[in-house]
Design a protein around this ligand. Structure first.
Ligand code: PA5
Length: 465
């Protein structure tokens, strides 16, 4: 584990700890001269973006300007107050509860869900407390209007007579219907769970914006666990604020390492040249593929099931940031090798409209399973006996990408040395910076999501008559 001194290393971090971006296979297919022009645009866009971090911002016409996520990791690590408060609250929630219900939608839910899936045991909720690292089970709700799902969780909680559970509620606006109605429902359940009404405020933590109805409601209840979400960080960029950090800390994850990883990425983004700058290089490949080759679908191909929610988080990031004014590439997450047996046909042989980015983990972490030999060999697999599951996966990754290359279908690789807090912090910051930089370079405001208002307006009309 790194100590605090290491957190300032940034761009000098040992290469073996750092995320790598390799566009070589895409470069073999994409127009090199066009890419060079895009790189120059991105270098200029980086200046503009960095100018917007100054107070007052110097360069932009973007409104809203939800840009504070860029330097947020550094600020959080430098001023310990907020981080310590998150850790103290997390520790109390861990100690006092067997279950946590996290209410939120979109950016207020997908980040914590991605961290949970990537960094916790896949059977976390099924394991006994000690095997869960002494942390509570976690359930996600308030991200739909799904009666069955709500009823099922309420039933489950009602069956846990005598056990303590708590609510974490995240809504920056504080008035998102899905989350707000779920809070009413779960608050009623919490009030009936608590024998003493005085217990209720302590079993609730709220993450919200400065002046929201949710904040007002929390105050009315007497809840003191209120975390203010930074004004200039939008929902889908909030994974490294209390939105992601409080649930992560309750699960026993090292939130300082998440921030340290993100800080390392920001420093590389600021300091390193194209060709050695994952944020800029990823944006360059993406823009070149879309503008010069018409590749308007971006496939994020993850090769472990644990990263599917991270892929869905990225789907939101790209859709809401760049899907505006009739523009913006379409994101798609695939989990391989599973989806090679569903979408694989189209990706190998269908329309030439896709850029595939593989998300690869060098060290799987768990003990490699060895394929056993069998005396009968009736399935003919003894030829693979003694080989390990990671070896098989490696062959699948190489084979898939060779097949794409043979058909001149462009792929690029994001490579993490391992899956832990430090590498995941690097990854999410890289993806958030890259999408933002792309917006700056292509003239799309990456912040705000005005299109989402459309369904809300119509739904409220329906409800209010
Ligand atoms: O990225 C965003 O800003 C959105 O996805 C929001 O997170 C989502 O709409 C939920 O909003 P709120 O946190 O205000 O409830």
């Amino acid at each position: 584990m790194r100590d605090r001194g290491d957190l300032t290393k940034g761009a000098d971090q040992a290469m073996s700890d750092l995320l790598q971006y390799d566009p070589a296979a895409a470069d073999a297919v994409l127009d090199a001269a066009a890419r060079e022009t895009v790189v120059q645009r991105l270098v200029t866009a980086r200046e503009t973006l960095l100018g917007d971090l100054t107070d007052p911002p110097t360069s932009t016409s973007f409104n809203p300007l939800d840009i504070d996520f860029v330097d947020w990791p550094e600020k959080m690590l430098a001023d310990d107050t907020e981080l310590s408060r998150i850790e103290e609250t997390a520790s109390a929630f861990r100690d006092q509860n067997d279950e946590i219900v996290l209410l939120g939608i979109g950016g207020s839910s997908m980040g914590p869900r991605a961290l949970f899936s990537a960094l916790c045991d896949p059977f976390h909720n099924e394991r006994p407390r000690q095997a869960r690292g002494d942390s509570p089970r976690v359930y996600f709700e308030g991200d739909n209007l799904d009666n069955n799902s709500l009823v099922a969780l309420l039933d489950r909680l009602a069956q846990l007579a005598g056990r303590r559970w708590a609510l974490l509620v995240t809504s920056k606006s504080g008035n998102t219907l899905e989350t707000a109605v779920a809070l009413r429902v779960f608050l009623a359940a919490l009030e009936s769970r608590c024998e003493d009404p005085a217990e209720v405020p302590g079993a609730l933590a709220v993450m919200t914006g400065a002046e929201s109805r949710l904040r007002e409601m929390a105050r009315t209840i007497g809840c003191e666990n209120i975390f203010s979400l930074p004004e200039r960080i939008g929902g889908r960029f909030s994974i490294l604020t209390a939105v992601g950090l409080l649930p992560a800390a309750i699960l026993g994850l090292d939130i300082r390492q998440l921030l340290a990883g993100a800080l390392a990425t920001t420093r590389r983004f600021r300091e390193t040249d194209p060709g050695n700058n994952p944020v800029l290089d990823h944006a360059a490949t993406s823009i070149t593929a879309e503008e010069h080759h018409g590749l308007s679908i971006r496939v994020l191909s993850v090769w472990t099931k644990a990263l599917e929610p991270l892929g869905l988080w990225h789907d939101q990031l790209l859709s809401e940031s760049l899907g505006k004014d009739g523009r913006g590439a379409t994101p798609l997450t695939v989990v391989n090798t599973r989806d090679l047996h569903s979408r694989g046909q189209q990706h190998q042989d269908g329309r030439r409209d896709k850029l595939i980015t593989n998300l690869l983990i060098d060290d799987p972490g768990s003990t490699p399973l060895v394929i056993p030999a069998r005396a009968d060999d009736s399935d003919g697999l003894n030829r693979l006996a003694g080989r390990t599951m990671p070896e098989l996966l490696g062959a699948a990754i190489r084979g898939t990408n060779q097949a794409y290359a043979q058909d001149r279908r462009p792929t690029a690789d994001i490579r993490l040395p391992r899956l832990d807090e430090f590498t995941l912090g690097q990854l999410v910051q890289m993806l958030m910076l890259s999408v933002t930089l792309e917006g700056y370079a292509t003239g799309i405001n990456p912040f705000g999501q005005p299109g989402v208002e459309g369904y809300k307006r119509q739904m409220h009309k329906e409800l209010d008559g």
